[in-house]
Design a protein around this ligand. Structure first.
Ligand code: A3P
Length: 305
C-alpha cells in the first residue's frame, strides 16, 4: 500500500525493457529498484576497503568489473586457473542494489567489489563518509545509445514490442531510459571525480580501448594495488588485459549461455565491443540532434567525447 502510494506520486513513462519507468530521485528506474535503492541508502555500511564499479548501463561495466577484479585479486589466482574463466564478471562483482532484494549475496572476500548503476547523488552517505573508492566508466553517448537500443530489445519483457530506433532515440534525447537522464548520470560522477580525485576515478570506454596498458596501470594505482616493476617485466598487465579482452570473454563457455540476477542473459553482455559502431545506425539528423544535446548538457563542464 505504502509502495503504491509512492509510485502513484511519481512521473511514469514506458521503459525500454520493462513496461514502466518511474522518475525517482531524479532518475528513471523500474518500480522494483525504488525499494532496493531506498534500502541501499538506509542500510548499506561501506568499508574503507570497498570498491564500487559505477556506470551508466551499456558503457563497459562488464569489462571494468573484470579488470578491477583481476587487478585486486592478482596475488590469489593464476591467470590460467582464474575465476574469470569460469564465472561471469557480474557474478564476481555483483550489483549492490539487488542485495536488498535478497537473491544476491554480499562478497565475502575483501576488498569487496560491487557494481552500481545508481546515480552519484543517490549513493548512500556511508560510501562517501569512508575511504572506499569508486571507479566510473563512461562511454560516448552515441555508442551508448546503440548498445542500449539493441540490448534492451533483446531483454524486453512482455507485452513490450520492439521500439523503432527513431522512437528509442527520442526517449534517449529526453533522458528517458533506465537510470537516465544519461547526461546527469555522467555529470554527477564527472564533477565528483574533479572535486575528489582520490575518491572517484572517471574512465572512458574509448580510452580503455585506445591504451589499455596505461589505463589498467592507472586503475591499479588509484585502487591502491600498483604494479611492481617485477610484475611489469613479467607482463602481468598484458595478461590481465588479455584475460579481460572482449574476444576472450565472449568466447568463454560461461559467458555464452545462462541467466544471472534473475533475468540477465549472459550472452547479451557481449555484442561487438567496438567504438564508433554508432556510425552504422545514425542518420545525419540524429547525429546533429545528439551533438547539440551534448553541447548543451555538458557545456563548460569539461566533459567531452
Ligand atoms: P556493444 O553493444 O557496443 O558491443 P555493459 O557491460 O555496461 O552492459 O556494456 C556492454 C557493452 O560493452 C557492449 O557494447 C559489450 O559488447 C561491451 N563489452 C562487453 N565486454 C567487453 C570487453 N571485455 N571489452 C570491450 N567491450 C566489452
Amino acid at each position: 500500500m505504502e509502495d503504491e502510494l509512492i509510485l502513484s506520486s511519481l512521473s511514469k513513462e514506458r521503459g525500454w525493457a520493462i513496461p514502466d519507468l518511474y522518475l525517482f530521485q531524479q532518475f528513471w528506474c523500474p518500480s522494483t529498484l525504488i525499494k532496493e535503492v531506498n534500502n541501499f541508502q538506509k542500510q548499506f555500511q561501506a568499508k574503507d576497503s570497498d570498491i564500487f564499479v559505477a556506470s551508466f548501463p551499456k558503457s563497459g561495466t562488464t569489462w571494468l568489473k573484470a579488470i578491477a577484479f583481476a587487478i585486486v585479486n592478482r596475488q590469489c589466482f593464476s591467470i590460467h586457473n582464474h575465476p574469470l574463466l569460469t564465472s561471469n564478471p557480474h557474478q564476481l562483482v555483483p550489483p549492490v542494489e539487488p542485495v536488498y532484494r535478497g537473491d544476491v549475496d554480499f562478497p565475502t572476500i575483501e576488498p569487496r567489489l560491487f557494481g552500481t548503476h545508481t546515480p552519484f547523488p543517490s549513493l548512500p552517505n556511508s560510501i562517501m563518509e569512508c575511504n572506499s573508492k569508486i571507479i566510473y566508466i563512461c562511454r560516448n553517448p552515441f555508442d551508448t545509445f546503440v548498445s542500449s537500443w539493441i540490448y534492451y530489445d533483446k531483454i524486453k519483457r512482455e507485452p513490450l514490442t520492439t521500439l523503432k530506433i527513431e522512437e528509442a532515440f527520442e526517449m534517449y534525447c529526453d533522458g528517458i531510459i533506465e537510470f537516465g537522464p544519461w547526461w546527469s548520470h555522467m555529470l554527477g560522477y564527472w564533477k565528483e571525480s574533479l572535486a575528489k580525485p582520490d575518491k572517484v576515478l572517471f574512465l572512458k570506454y574509448e580510452d580503455l580501448k585506445d591504451d589499455a596498458n596505461f589505463q589498467v596501470k592507472r586503475i591499479a594505482e588509484f585502487l591502491g594495488f600498483p604494479f611492481t616493476q617485477e610484475e611489469e617485466n613479467n607482463q602481468v598487465i598484458e595478461s590481465i588485459i588479455k584475460l579481460c579482452s572482449f574476444e576472450e570473454m565472449k568466447n568463454l563457455e560461461v559467458n555464452k549461455s545462462g541467466i544471472i540476477h534473475r533475468f540477465a542473459d549472459k550472452k547479451y553482455y557481449f555484442r561487438k565491443g567496438e567504438t564508433r559502431d554508432w556510425l552504422n545506425y545514425f542518420s545525419p539528423s540524429m547525429t546533429e540532434k545528439l551533438t547539440k544535446i551534448m553541447e548543451e548538457k555538458f557545456g563548460e563542464s569539461g566533459l567531452s567525447f
